[in-house]
Design a protein around this ligand. Structure first.
Ligand code: OXD
Ligand code: MN
Length: 591
């Protein structure tokens, strides 16, 4: 496309045009820019963002195609306290979501949007969540006054003409409107209207609050659509395990935010796993639907990774290090004098001096972190050296195993397999994890995070569990369900399990279980590997004794665990499926 046509209206879809016209009247932008997703558009908008100081061009010799962004220091994470599900009734949103009556919230937000884009450009971003042509794919139109949002959305989703192609002349698309306003936490609201397939976001420019395809559409609205339409929207990575004989087994895994989903999805097996390979399908979100052969098929609706930067290095995730060495937008990391980026846990020396994420001078003596703990990269998935070719397959991939896991210093063994689907739903529903920096507040405390969906489920959590249970009736060959914990600590506070690439050993047991070719023994929690079932070969500092410690089921810890699960169940009691209560009783009797 030539430069002349950049920003011109590029669709005749009457519903899209009407939506944009209506919002233009409300927001009163100086200019409307219709995005087409082209390279020319990327170049032009990037240049404009640099000229306006929204992006800093990084050292192109070291980091080709990379840019740096600093967000407002009051705007660095998702804000669950300002995130609302505005369904018709409070009951539909359930006790774990903030709720406001839709009319009241529409009125309030309309007041905030009125004239909010005066002096600014309104960008129209048509996008796809999912590969073009997939029956699972959804179309969204996001209107935004942030050029950073446009440039990030084009990394995270398939934007431009493909979206209009999938939409054709239909009016079935998600309507998303975002305005930064004055980036004031007092006027920050992330609101979802499932009945209208609409999202309104104001007062923030942080990814999870404003890249509306991601958490807002792909999870909150998506989960609600999935329940209506018979599919599942989950906070899961998807990976493929390739065996030396070419056999491919796909698994989906739900871990809460900042618990290593991206690392796990890009894992490199230890040296003696010759011929084994891990392929990434997705690192954060998974949409699953029953396929014609009675299995669950999954797509990754995203096209990029919006990952936590600190701790990324050649031990934790060598593939991510390569992935983010080009074409990456870095947000809130530290900036070195030669326009390179730095973060805590990066390979190589600590810089003698740099600018921290706020833009203040930082030296190794400084008390504060140089990079914000929730600093992020946004990078196209096509940069990933182990991107699964199936990541763009409209059919998706058949899922053999679902893995739940959290960050738990105690209680949870390294690995167990649940007895059946209903038990697996119970284990997912009662998942707990120590909180991280991905959301504001409470870092370190254990909170119940059912299926890692607590901040992302767009309707009542009890009904969400019911939907999971119902899926068993629709899916003839359901995946097996497992639980893992990489983060258990010993009495000295050291991690027992080495983690990272060694997680392949756990994955191997899981894959072999799925193919019915390895043993296990029954425990109170589920099926667990016997020593002879688990590969410890060549693992230094981790032998049978450590294995026993990693797998220990301690009565005192489980007493506390079931009490804390009860608190969750009480809070959800009015809609909690009775099957889950029975599962808890069964567990108690086994314990
Ligand atoms: C994310 C999150 O950004 O879960 O993926 O917070
Ligand atoms: Mn996430």
């Amino acid at each position: 496309m030539s430069n002349k046509t950049l920003g011109q209206r590029n669709t005749n879809n009457p519903a899209v045009i009407a939506f944009v016209e209506e919002q233009t009247k409300l927001c009163q932008p100086d200019k409307i820019f219709w995005c087409d997703g082209s390279e020319a558009e990327k170049d032009a908008l990037t240049a404009e963002a640099v000229a306006k100081g929204v992006l800093i061009k990084l050292n192109q010799e070291k980091l080709p195609g990379c840019y740096y962004h600093r967000s407002n220091s009051n705007d660095v994470a998702r804000v669950e306290q300002f995130t609302f599900i505005c369904s018709e009734t409070r009951e539909e949103a359930g006790p774990t979501n903030n709720w406001a009556p839709p009319k009241e919230m529409y009125d309030k937000l309309k007041g905030m949007f009125a004239g909010s884009m005066k002096g600014r450009t309104m960008y129209v971003i048509p996008y796809l969540m999912g590969p073009l042509g997939s029956p699972l794919t959804k179309v969204g139109i996001e209107l935004t006054d942030s050029i950073y949002v446009v440039l990030s959305m084009r990394v995270m989703a398939r934007i431009g003409d493909a979206a209009y192609k999938q939409l054709s002349d239909s009016n079935d698309f998600n309507r998303g409107i975002h305005s930064m306003l004055d980036v004031n936490p007092e006027r920050r609201f992330i609101c979802h209207f499932p009945q209208d397939n609409a999202i309104l976001s104001v007062g923030s420019a942080y990814g999870g609050n404003v890249l509306l395809g991601k958490k807002c559409l792909a999870l909150r609205i998506g989960s609600s659509l999935g329940r209506k339409e018979g599919w599942m929207a989950e906070h899961m990575l998807i990976l493929g395990v390739e065996a030396p004989n070419g056999e491919k087994t796909y698994v989906a895994a739900a871990f809460p935010s900042a618990c290593g989903k991206t690392n796990f999805a890009m894992l490199i097996p230890p040296a003696h796993y010759k011929g084994w390979k891990i392929w990434t399908v997705g690192d954060d979100i998974c949409w699953m639907k029953p396929g014609p052969d009675g299995r669950l098929y999954a797509i990754n609706p995203e096209a990029g990774y919006f990952g936590v930067v600190p701790g990324t290095n050649s031990k934790s995730n060598p593939n991510a290090v390569k992935t983010i060495s080009r074409d990456t937008i870095y947000t809130n990391v530290a900036l070195t004098p030669d326009l390179d980026v730095w973060w805590e846990g990066k390979d190589g020396p600590v810089p003698a001096e740099c600018l921290d994420w706020r833009g203040n001078k930082w030296t190794p003596e400084s008390k504060e972190k140089a990079a914000h703990p929730n600093s992020r990269f946004a990078v196209p998935m096509t940069n990933n050296p182990v991107l699964a070719p199936e990541a763009s397959d409209p059919k998706g991939v058949p899922i053999s195993a679902i893995i739940f896991g959290g960050r738990r210093a105690t209680t949870m063994p390294l690995i167990f397999e649940t007895f059946d689907w209903i038990h697996g739903v119970y284990v997912g529903a009662t998942m707990g994890s120590e909180m991280t920096a991905a959301a504001v507040g409470g870092a370190g405390q254990v909170r119940r995070d059912p299926m890692a969906m607590l901040p992302f489920c767009g309707y009542d959590m009890g009904d969400y569990f019911r939907h999971w249970l119902r899926m068993r009736k629709i899916v003839q060959n359901p995946p097996r369900i497992f639980h893992v914990n990489w983060f258990r600590k010993d009495d000295q506070g050291n991690f027992i399990w080495p983690g990272f690439g060694e997680n392949m050993r756990v994955l191997k047991w899981i894959v072999d279980r799925c193919h019915g070719r390895i043993g296990a023994e029954e425990s109170q929690l589920g099926w667990v590997p016997r020593l002879q079932d688990f590969d410890l070969a060549g693992l230094s500092g981790f032998g049978p004794e450590q294995f026993a410690r990693a797998q220990a089921i301690k009565a005192d810890e489980w007493k506390q665990e079931v009490v804390s699960q009860e608190e969750l169940f009480i809070s959800l009691h009015s809609t909690l499926p009775k099957e889950l209560g029975y599962q808890r009783e069964l567990l108690i009797s086994r314990l």
